[in-house]
Design a protein around this ligand. Structure first.
Ligand SMILES: Cc1cc2nc3c(=O)[nH]c(=O)nc-3n(C[C@H](O)[C@H](O)[C@H](O)COP(=O)(O)OP(=O)(O)OC[C@H]3O[C@@H](n4cnc5c(N)ncnc54)[C@H](O)[C@@H]3O)c2cc1C
Length: 601
């Protein structure tokens, strides 16, 4: 049951039909003193324990990853999201995002080990474990005495995670299960002390989760370390279970509940993965501008060339956008958890429901930030020219390490389709009213457009109007597609991908504008000149993406008069009254980044 308080904050996915006020979004500028201290302490740890050893991580020094994980445990960083009752710090959701963000930028190897342990390796127990399970395992995981791994994927079951063939068979005395099967791509497998294993009991429709202690004498064997493109020192191995005996007390939640556990653990993993990409983007931008300010060609610093300025501006802008959207969603989750707790839910229930509510935003962030990181690293290589292609400079490893973020925690294709699919489901359940607003857009298309001269004197007045119009594009396209295909929409994947890109761009652009607006109101427009420019640049790019995807969608499912009407609507909704001077915006942003010689926005 939804509480009264919960009704007052935007539900997950509701951003697409409702306006958000800038005062209602949380931004990185809102970090409190404790959060800033935590951030600085994690940064210092990263600078001391990880960055200086990048060569060793690249040389596949798996032992180093384990050693640094232990040190992170000593510092308490593995326990931030674990409740105090089980030896953790019980920090807020936003604080746990901060730790995840700043600990992850040194190397993808450590970032993956950290994420796999603290997220999918520990959270299933804190969120679904019984009191006994939590007491027995969580304190060890929180301190770093033990490390966790998450064994879901199998050779034949990747994206289709519920199709695994690993079995769990109850013993005759009913006291234990025997697990048999093969898991693949298991992060931390080489040094973990326990696995969260998903297996099927008899012919159950859904898999079941188990806590399985690592014990080679109990039928657990490991494959060799995988030879990977990136994240070289992250341990990734196959795990074979051969008559592995697991006491019945180690079943997580209930029989057949494993798929739900797996999906909810991934929701948290997705938003944390976005956080884990952010500081990497920042470091890549900083490294790129440092090089561009040094490197001369044609007797000119390359950072003075328009082509390089364009790249620096886009890199900084996507980083700023990623920060804006990630912390907006993180605070929504945190608030929802707090409200649920205030209404009497246990921490466990509150956290589960809080994150589940914003699963759409988690998928959006996972896709957007992982792709922005990849683009950033790619442009970083380009700025370094030939040197960018050399293993002796940092861009090469950053680019390779970034690549995995688009694959794990659900591929970006799966997350794109999920984001729209979940939104449509929420609409069907009546949690988000898409139908009413979609009908209003359809009516508007039949009406005569207003020719009034709008008043754009207030900061972001036109941009906010653009956001409202982009939302209409989504409602127009999604509404018409749902009407046309009904439940068969699921089979029209290219349409779903296009709709998802529209949804993603709207969330990212709106979050960026709201952050810049909030900060301009409190720190002044002059102070926020660059941030305002970034918000405008991000929106302009978003409008182009929305236009492209909107057009593609409409042409794919509408014909004749309907197609003409929808395309006309699209043109109306992506049209600025006053187009921003994008070259000027990029130059302004780039000059700031150049002058600071780092990303400092
Ligand atoms: C380095 C690394 C670490 C990992 N760590 C872990 C871990 O710790 N624990 C764990 O359980 N797993 C882990 N994984 C597995 C990872 O989650 C899977 O690789 C991922 O979910 C994709 O599954 P797959 O590789 O089988 O690809 P597939 O599912 O075969 O997908 C291949 C392609 O087909 C697309 N595709 C698949 N299904 C559909 C569909 N229905 N519609 C449209 N397109 C589709 C995908 O998007 C992708 O582009 C890891 C993987 C790697 C590479």
């Amino acid at each position: 049951m939804e509480t009264q308080q919960e009704k007052e904050i935007l539900r997950g996915g509701q951003f697409i039909v409702k306006e958000t006020k800038c005062e209602d979004v949380f931004t990185p500028e809102d970090f409190n003193e404790e959060q800033k201290m935590m951030r600085d302490s994690v940064k210092e740890f990263n600078d001391r324990e990880i960055i200086p050893h990048k060569d060793r991580f690249e040389a596949k020094d798996y032992a180093l990853t384990e050693e640094v994980m232990r040190k992170a445990g000593e510092m308490g960083f593995l326990s931030v999201s674990v409740p105090e009752a089980y030896g953790g710090m019980g920090m807020s959701f936003v604080s746990t995002m901060i730790v995840c963000e700043y600990i992850s930028s040194g190397t993808g190897s450590f970032s993956t080990a950290f994420g796999a342990h603290t997220g999918i390796g520990t959270m299933p127990i804190t969120l679904y474990g019984t009191e006994e399970q939590k007491k027995k395992y969580v304190p060890k995981l929180a301190s770093g005495e033990w490390f966790g791994a998450y064994a879901l994927t199998e050779p034949g079951a990747g994206s289709d995670a519920n199709s695994g063939k690993t079995t769990a068979t109850l013993s005759e005395d009913g006291k234990s299960y025997k697990i048999n099967g093969q898991k693949m791509w298991i992060s931390n497998a080489g040094f973990c002390s326990l696995f969260i294993v998903f297996a099927r009991i008899e012919n159950d429709k859904n898999i079941t989760g188990f806590i399985v202690e690592q014990d080679p004498s109990n039928g657990i064997t490991l494959g060799e370390e995988e030879n990977k493109l990136g994240i070289h020192a992250s341990s990734t191995r196959q795990v074979f279970f051969n008559d592995t005996v697991v006491p019945v007390e180690n079943m997580l939640a209930g029989r057949g509940e494993g798929f739900k556990i797996a999906m909810n653990a991934l929701n948290i993993g997705r938003i944390k993965l976005a956080a884990a990409c952010l500081d990497s983007q920042r470091r890549i931008t900083t490294t790129a501008v440092e090089y561009a300010n040094e490197r001369k060609q044609f007797n000119t610093r390359i950072s003075d060339f328009g082509a390089i300025k364009r790249k620096l501006a886009e890199m900084a802008t996507s980083t700023y956008a990623g920060e804006s959207a990630s912390y907006r969603a993180a605070k929504n989750i945190e608030d929802r958890i707090a409200m649920r707790q205030a209404a009497g839910n246990s921490h466990q229930e509150a956290e589960l429901k809080g994150v589940e509510e914003y699963a759409i935003e988690c998928s959006i962030l996972k896709v957007a930030v992982s792709e922005d990181l990849q683009n950033c690293a790619d442009e970083g290589i380009q700025i370094f020219g030939g040197m960018g292609f050399s293993k002796d400079t940092p861009m090469e490893a950053a680019w390779r390490d970034a690549r995995i973020a688009r694959i794990y925690e659900g591929t970006n294709e799966i997350n794109r389709m999920l984001s729209v699919g979940m939104l449509v489901k929420k609409a069907m359940k009546g949690h988000v009213d898409l139908l009413g607003p979609a009908q209003a857009v359809a009516d508007e298309l039949l009406g005569i457009p207003s020719f009034d001269t709008p008043d754009y004197s207030e900061l972001f007045a036109e941009e906010k109007e653009m956001i409202a119009k982009l939302k209409k594009v989504f409602l127009m396209v999604a509404g018409a597609a749902v009407q046309k295909f009904g439940p068969d929409l699921e089979g029209h994947q290219q349409l779903l991908l296009a709709a998802s890109d529209i949804l993603i761009e709207i969330y990212m652009a709106e979050s960026t504008i709201l952050r810049a607006e909030k900060n301009a109101k409190r720190f002044g427009e002059k102070d926020q000149e660059i941030q305002i420019a970034m918000a405008k640049l991000y929106l302009y790019n978003a409008v182009s993406i929305v236009e492209k995807n909107g057009k593609e969608s409409i042409i794919s499912f509408a014909e004749g008069d309907e197609q003409r009407m929808l395309l006309m609507g699209l043109r109306r909704f992506v049209k600025y009254t006053n187009y921003p001077d994008i070259v000027d915006l990029r130059n302004t942003i780039a000059e700031k980044v150049k002058a600071e010689n780092k990303y400092n926005l």
